[in-house]
Design a protein around this ligand. Sequence first.
Ligand SMILES: CC(C)(COP(=O)(O)OP(=O)(O)OC[C@H]1O[C@@H](n2cnc3c(N)ncnc32)[C@H](O)[C@@H]1OP(=O)(O)O)[C@@H](O)C(=O)NCCC(=O)NCCS
Length: 179
Amino acid sequence: MGSVTVQIDTAGIWDSEAIADVAAATFPLACPPDASQDDIAAFIDDVLSAEHFAEYLTDPRHTILKVTENGAIVGYAMIVDDEPADPAVAQFITARPTTEINKLYVVPDRHGSGIAAELMETIIDRAHAAGRASLWLGVNQKNMRAQRFYVKHGFTQAGTRSFVVGSRRHDDFVMQRAL
Ligand SMILES: CC(C)(COP(=O)(O)OP(=O)(O)OC[C@H]1O[C@@H](n2cnc3c(N)ncnc32)[C@H](O)[C@@H]1OP(=O)(O)O)[C@@H](O)C(=O)NCCC(=O)NCCS
């Protein structure tokens, strides 16, 4: 893994379209092989639209970090500085205040480049500086690459939850890391 020269900044509402494009291109990579194309397309339309990202970008509890390389967005993460909305998840989180990594995506041709690691380090530094006590996230139980990535960055399994994509419920691990 060589050193990378990318820029990581807080996204603004003007980035909504570009981030939605990256989200549409990368979300299918996080889905299990048995997720249907129709369900994935419905999730992209409903949840990952530019309009939705514009809403996230105007909600003070949400922060989107964008990774730019040669003028193009090649990855992003959405961070939620708030108590988990799902009580079934909240029971697994042991240190508070906690921050959720709600989305973390890098375009496929930059996987293994170190970009995702830089993005994660930025998230950790930011949360630490803000006095957060832990980070948590949900990851599909079949998404072995992402799980390995999170373990490399100090996350451990805390529990399970279900995650709905279109018409289907999928099994996630909940992972957390103390700060
Ligand atoms: C998750 C993601 C951000 C990680 O970034 P990345 O650049 O791929 O991460 P890295 O290459 O640093 O780490 C991945 C690790 O998984 C390993 N790996 C790859 N495929 C694997 C597999 N099928 N099973 C187990 N480990 C695997 C890699 O070898 C690497 O480990 P290593 O450094 O010990 O060799 C990126 O893969 C991504 O955007 N994936 C698609 C979207 C996604 O799944 N997002 C997470 C949603 S929760």
